[in-house]
Design a protein around this ligand. Structure first.
Ligand code: SAH
Length: 410
């Protein structure tokens, strides 16, 4: 059946520029009416073809546009081709496996596959689903990944932020080959990965995100460049992605703060692991201190003008545009306090991973912090998400990680 969806006059502009999301309010008509999820051809009110998309009225984004080519033969083999193309775009990563063997294979809409975050961790794959489209095409995507990469295990989970709005189960699923298997969670072995020559152990199925923050890979190398001989503070350290690089770069000391005690214990384990492997100095453990609790509280207790380098990588404080104002205040406070704790001439590497906070707004927030802390602040570098997490120009929502290397003068 060929379904035809017409977009209301005025709502088609972004879509013609390849923005992939259509909300129900933008739809004028659907012919013939249907209540199953299906492919559909999408037109303007004037009858001009826009794109081919996947319509599912149960999704909070009822229509995902996938191809702007009228002749595209959409279906399972088209989805497999999208998977293949995304993986082939990462081919350089596969040749770097001696130093880095963990990276994102599919970055959702930015790789033209709505709601699929797919990460490779050595020979295993983690998939996080955040749309009904992704749920509907999971088996197809698993088949193509298996066909191309033959991973030892594929672990599939659902992004908790979208599970209820999309009506998706949060059950973790496992695939060996392209077949789903029942495996007890505690039977899933941790995976040791390499990122820029540093070892990390990714927990079985627990842990945050898909187990590790791959999007910070390139920024960790930059942090390493500033570390030599410096007294460092790694705020919201998780399992020590930055801490390990600071140690590798020759930091005098690193204090890691996180609200998750288990993440901090894992950080110490990873310091030990890398000492053993010889990737960091043998005496590194003695330079590390951990502190668990709320960073907003704990950082206040730190001595003023003490640190030479502070990394500030808080969780997504603006979950939606709705709480943007409060989130901006929180970012402002955290950065202001960091500016007080840093020495004259010290470096702050600060991030926001809130998609709802634009780069411009983040800079505005930092300027408020600098004013309140009474410091001068120079941007030395502008940072973003690693290149395996591309930003699709027609889909600004795909830019979420923003960061700056700041030099603070007092
Ligand atoms: N820098 C890390 C990733 C940080 S993710 C890396 O490179 O891997 C954000 C971290 O903030 C998580 O580990 C989370 O446990 C922690 N977190 C969340 N809220 C916090 C709070 N109020 N205080 C301290 N840590 C917090």
């Amino acid at each position: 059946m060929n379904y035809k969806i017409t977009i209301k006059e005025g709502k088609e502009k972004q879509l013609l520029r390849h923005h992939p999301w259509v909300f129900s309010g933008a739809i004028k008509s659907i012919e013939p009416k249907f209540d199953i999820a299906s492919w559909a051809d999408v037109y303007t009110e004037k009858g001009v073809f826009i794109a081919k998309g996947w319509y599912d009225e149960k999704s909070h984004i009822v229509l995902h546009l996938l191809s702007w080519n009228e002749k595209e033969n959409v279906g399972l083999s088209f989805v497999k081709k999208l998977v293949r193309d995304a993986i082939m775009r990462r081919k350089d990563f596969f040749t770097r496996s001696a130093t880095t063997n963990a990276f994102r294979l599919i970055h959702g809409e930015a790789d033209f596959l709505p709601g699929f975050a797919v990460d490779a961790y050595a020979s295993t794959i983690r998939i996080i689903l955040s749309s009904r489209f992704a749920m509907a095409f999971l088996q197809t995507v698993v088949e193509e990944i298996d066909n191309l990469l033959h991973p030892s295990l594929i672990v599939v989970s659902t992004d908790p932020q979208y599970a209820s709005v999309e009506g998706m189960s949060e059950r973790v699923r496992y695939f060996i080959g392209d077949e789903e298997k029942k495996i007890a969670e505690d039977k899933i072995e941790p995976v040791t990965i390499l990122e820029n020559g540093i070892y990390y152990e990714i927990p079985g199925t627990k842990g945050q995100k898909s187990g590790f923050y791959l999007d910070q890979r390139e920024n960790r190398i930059i942090a390493e460049e500033y570390a030599k001989g410096r007294k460092c503070l790694d705020i919201c350290s998780y399992t020590g992605g930055f801490t390990l690089h600071l140690l590798k770069g020759g930091a005098e000391s690193v204090k890691a703060i996180d609200s998750s005690e288990s993440a901090l214990r894992h950080l110490l384990y990873q310091v030990h692991l890398n000492e053993e492997k010889g990737t960091i100095d043998k005496d590194s453990r003695s330079k590390v201190e951990i502190l668990s609790g709320d960073c907003f509280e704990l950082i206040r207790n730190e001595e003023k003008n003490k640190y030479d380098l502070i990394v500030l990588d808080p969780p997504k404080l603006a979950k939606t545009k709705g709480n943007l104002e409060n989130a901006m205040k929180a970012y402002k406070d955290l950065n202001r306090i960091a500016m007080e704790k840093i020495k004259d001439g010290g470096i702050i590497i600060t991030f926001s991973c809130s998609g709802a906070l634009s780069r411009e707004d983040f800079r505005t927030v930092l300027s408020w912090s600098a004013k309140d802390a009474n410091v001068e602040c120079q941007i030395l570098r502008t940072l973003g998400q690693a290149q395996d997490h591309p930003i699709r120009l027609s889909f600004p929502e795909s830019e979420y990680l923003k960061g700056y290397v700041l030099r603070i003068s007092k």
